[in-house]
Design a protein around this ligand. Structure first.
Ligand code: ZN
Length: 219
């Protein structure tokens, strides 16, 4: 998957870089044994080649024993922004989606222990699952939206988007102070508590109220 279609629009947008925010919900930072950040949390990257559409399978890599689900709000950037102020950051968001940031937790922990980057924990093929995209002109985010994920019909993650430590505007201001963001770039905004292991055959179903739904099976 290399291009995105926004619901009710003919425009097709090529996926650029994919920037992900870590530890953006206090309860998730705690469950991972991390302190709740008081300044902008960590950022890491995925790639366009990771991305699949809702309904396609996540292929479990053979070199990991601990594949985790992370349900997240995803922002689509529609303009070039660098050192964005609040208004520019807000205008840069053209669309919202729901995403799964699938993570190889064992590889991530090993890398953390050694003080090495966790790239390989995050960029395997099919490690990003995307719902439909909803235009930001059509829907204004309130923060009240429920974000949830169930595995085999059992609810695992449940929160509201407003529990993010840094909201979408603050996220774009922070990221664009370090790198230029462009049309087609995606931002995964972090996951709430309740992440956990999934195995082959598991069926994942999640979403964000008024934004969309994402479904996948682990293959
Ligand atoms: Zn994540």
């Amino acid at each position: 998957m290399k291009t995105i279609k926004i619901k009710d629009s003919n425009k097709e947008i090529q996926i650029g870089k994919v920037v992900c925010v870590g530890r953006n919900y206090a309860d998730h930072a705690k469950e991972m044994g991390n302190e709740v950040p008081d300044k902008f949390p960590i950022v890491f990257m995925k790639t366009a080649t990771c991305m699949i559409n809702s309904g396609e399978n996540v292929v479990h890599p053979s070199y990991s024993e601990n594949l985790h689900h992370e349900i997240e709000l995803v922002l689509l950037i529609g303009a070039t922004v660098k050192n964005a102020n609040s208004k520019e950051a807000e205008n840069a968001i053209v669309s919202y989606a729901v995403g799964l940031d699938m993570t190889l937790r064992d590889l991530q922990f090993k890398s953390k222990e050694k003080g090495e980057p966790w790239t390989f924990a995050k960029i395997f093929d099919t490690s990003g699952v995307l719902s439909e995209f909803v235009s930001a002109d059509e829907y204004k985010l309130t923060g009240e939206e429920k974000i949830y994920l169930s595995v085999n019909n059992e609810i695992k993650q449940e929160a509201t988007v407003g529990l993010m430590l840094f909201n979408p505007i603050e996220i774009i201001k922070n990221i664009s102070s370090r790198m230029t963001l462009e049309e087609g770039d995606l931002i995964f905004t972090g996951t709430p508590a309740g992440v956990g292991r999934v195995v082959k055959g598991d069926k994942l179903s999640g979403g964000i109220e008024n934004i969309g739904k994402v479904e996948t099976t682990i293959a």
